[in-house]
Write a protein that binds this ligand. Structure first.
Ligand SMILES: *Cc1c(COP(=O)(O)O)cnc(C)c1O
Length: 420
């Protein structure tokens, strides 16, 4: 929900953000101050079920106790040490991460965000193949730096920057169209880059054939297959990584979002063959692999394994989608997704319903393309909370507004009192 000038007066924190923020974000009207599991609280103490989870970061829940403890301990021990200097926590994290990756992906470039992981993927693909063309997907999202943006399809993200976004080396193909993909991959292609489930593009899972053919075509042409698992990774889709659903091993994967339980982190993971062709000094970053995020990541991955988060996402996701599909509303076109990465495509713009969910029902959800309502809850969300979200969604779709009704009721009671 977009904050208006009048709402500026509601909260000093909101006012300060509106005044000093760069202005690239449409601000919600709430100021969130705390989170635990799948619940967040605003500055007035109102609770919300959080199906945004920081855009799919808080997979193991907000403020997971293991991550909190790991950060506290590491903060008092060592927070920064560049990657040129080995560190115990980093070594331990690398072993833990490689232990959950598909076999063959055992080399890691550590960074601080998804966008940086995409930048690394491009550079390693170029040095790894000696080629510089990329094939990316229509409706795909790869991040917002100039290099990552070149792989991002949505023209409105690219157009304000004109030809500073150099995507003359990028060919976009229709997601799911094997013939188009085959036509686009040539002896000049360094890599095909795609999301196993398109997130920003409207929550669209790839078909089995598309991913398997992408693997076959890239192998035939000597190009790399790089899966963007920034949103789908770390149990979100019901497996540790979505690629496991498709039975393929890519040459590289980009990771970020949920990897460190809420702390900024990113990685490009790849085969030794790809990594070995990058010259020493060919890439780097100051904060990448810092001991603080390593400690958080280590605790987060161990919690995912111990608590069976992939299994939980699979079961809860199936239940969530089944309940969403049971909503009788002429406004719903389709419910789709994988695990707890769920999209509901409406026959009209989704934004007003997302606003109503937050404002009237205390449920935070996310947009994905103008027509889709996206639910990316923490995997720790309870069935009871899923029921509450689905019931709330059904109410906003049918135009019922319990908050307004409650306010009207209170106003009527107050009037009655006065007239007594
Ligand atoms: C979020 C996201 C990115 C960008 O990650 P940032 O951490 O926001 O830079 C790239 N690709 C996909 C699929 C994403 O969901």
């Amino acid at each position: 929900m977009t904050a208006t000038p009048e709402s500026k007066t509601q909260s000093k924190w909101l006012a300060a953000e509106l005044k000093h923020d760069s202005g690239v974000y449409n601000k919600h009207e709430v100021v969130m101050v705390r989170g635990l599991g799948a619940t967040v609280w605003d500055e007035n103490g109102r609770s919300y079920i959080d199906c945004v989870a920081g855009y799919g970061v808080a997979n193991i829940g907000h403020s997971h106790p293991d991550v909190v403890k790991a950060i506290q301990e590491q903060a008092g021990r060592l927070m920064v040490m560049p990657q040129s200097v080995p560190n115990d926590k980093r070594a331990e994290f690398l072993q833990e991460l490689v232990g959950i990756l598909p076999a063959g992906l055992d080399r890691v470039f550590l960074c601080n965000s998804g966008t940086e992981a995409m930048e690394a993927a491009k550079k390693f693909a170029i040095t790894g193949t000696g080629r510089k063309r990329f094939v990316s997907m229509k409706r795909g999202f790869s991040g917002r730096s100039l290099g990552a943006l070149a792989l991002t399809w949505e023209p409105k993200y690219r157009e304000p920057f004109g030809d500073a976004v150099d995507n003359k080396n990028v060919d976009f193909v229709t997601y799911g169209n094997i013939e188009e993909l085959r036509g686009a991959v040539t002896e000049e292609t360094a890599a095909v880059i795609l999301e196993p489930v398109q997130g920003e593009g409207g929550v669209r899972p790839a078909t089995m054939e598309f991913i398997q053919e992408a693997r076959r075509i890239t192998r035939e042409k000597g190009a790399l297959l790089i899966l963007d698992e920034i949103q789908t990774g770390f149990c979100r889709t019901g497996k540790m990584f979505a690629t496991e659903h498709f039975g393929v091993t890519p040459d590289g994967m980009t990771l970020a979002k949920a990897m460190a339980g809420g702390v900024p982190i990113g990685a490009f993971v790849m085969t030794g063959e790809v990594a070995d062709r990058m010259p020493a000094g060919g890439h780097g970053t100051t904060f990448g692999g810092n001991p603080l995020s390593m400690a958080a990541g280590l605790a987060a991955i161990r919690a995912m394994k111990r608590e069976g988060m992939a299994e939980q996402a699979r079961e809860k996701g199936a239940y969530f989608m089944e309940r969403l599909r049971a909503i009788q509303s002429p406004k719903i076109r389709e419910v789709r997704g994988m695990g707890l990465m769920i999209g509901v495509e409406l026959k009209e713009k989704s934004a007003p319903y997302i606003t109503a969910l937050e404002h009237d029902e205390g449920v935070m959800a996310l947009q994905a393309t103008p027509l889709v309502v996206r639910f990316l809850p923490p995997i720790t969300i309870t069935r009871e909370q899923i029921d509450q979200v689905v019931d709330a969604f059904a109410r906003v779709l049918s135009g019922v507004n319990p908050r307004a009704e409650r306010q009207a009721e209170l106003a009527a009671q107050a009037e009655e009192k006065q007239s007594e």
